[in-house]
Design a protein around this ligand. Sequence first.
Ligand code: GRF
Length: 216
Amino acid sequence: MSKPKVAVLISGSGTNLQALLDAAGSNDYPAHVTLVISNRPDAYGLVRAQQAGVETVVIDHKSFKSRADFDAALDRCLRARDIDIICLAGFMRLLTPDFVRAWDGRMLNIHPSLLPAFKGLYVQQRAIDAGARFSGCTVHLVTPEMDEGPIVVQAVVPVLDGDTADTLAARIQVQEHRAYPLALRLVAEGRVRIDGPRTHIADALASGDGMMNPMG
Ligand code: GRF
């Protein structure tokens, strides 16, 4: 069976894109990253894709009259290249419900908090301000509401005394770069079954252990 084709949608630096490119560079990874789309012509992730020999397309949202027109162009580009799975990786555009529904079950997003806590923006500062002991990242299937949808993988990091939004973001990103390739692998292998708000993952190991922060 041929591997599913993956498009990664970005708006910026693309460190998660890099993690996916690195994972997909290995023969035993079950998906090919064949396309990177950016809505911003200056996104550094485009350079990462070119260095990896992956096709890049810029679809600048500023040249479209409406969100629906932009999403239609996105959809045409993806379908023209037979894309099977979309990974949103720091893609800073809201997608229309029609587009999201058209890719139902085949579009992943990564978010730098433990959803459903702290949806939206400035999430690291908000976790610090709320006094959270833990934060982390979530890879989830995309549904029309922002930062919602069945969760595939989460990773947890402690929030430490003296953390700033930047130090916490850096700690979370280390885990993002592990969590996203894992989540894409699970979806590409057809091991993720959606059951309402939950997913069931076939043949996955789940740790039954808890974590404590601070340790007494
Ligand atoms: C990540 O923190 C991701 O969780 C969020 O946007 C950021 C993108 O970072 N959705 P990068 O461009 O992958 O470095």
